[in-house]
Write a protein of this length. Sequence first.
Length: 255
Amino acid sequence: MNSPKLIHIILFSLLITIFHCESLSANLEMQVFPAYNNYHKQSKWLSLYIELKNTSGNFDGKLVVESQSANNNLIYSTQISIFGNTKKAKYLYVYPEASQTLISVKLKDKQDKSIIEKNMRFDVISSDARLVTFIKQVEDAQRPFISNDDGQLYFSTISAEKLPDEWKGYDPVNAIFLGNISLNSISDKKEKALVNWLYNGGTLIVSGGINAQRFDDTFVEKLLPVEISGTQIVDSIKSLNIYKSKMVVSSSRLR
């Protein structure tokens, strides 16, 4: 039978351990990436991809996004915990006012004290503009530049890793171009978000080529209006003339 003294010692040791774990000082880093190379369309949702890296200790608190303007001060927050040497990624979606170009992202502890704070600027484009985004395995650091005569067509890239996990993350986008990426790198939740956006009027452009078989048994295959039976290598572009009666050529702009 255990003596009361021994039980008290064990309980005291457990209390010390618990207190020590809760009081460990976390060493945190935070990076914030507005989606689509910092383009934001007026009157649309703005997607923020936030990466947290912890090299020691534990943290339990919240992520807060403050969207301030002359008329409103909107606050979005979500609870977050990160323990030990680990990384965590989180998407937050905010709805800035039309003319707003600056938001504040804060990491706060349970006492509402700011641990890290970053101000993020983004480029506002007209709600009538067209934004085309290329999904790539690795996101381009610089915006892809393709000239257009009216300044209303914009191009951006996003990595498969940073794809939104809710359909409203695609709100500012008119069309998505799916590049030569591994579809296995897109999680089920992100697949669902993309498909929901498509069924709400989004446009997906798919590149086939010699790697078209990569769509077999994937969510993309179910969306395609054709059945892929194989691939054929042509000697030159002129070889495509045999298909010209089946091709639809339009001079209208992307909508």
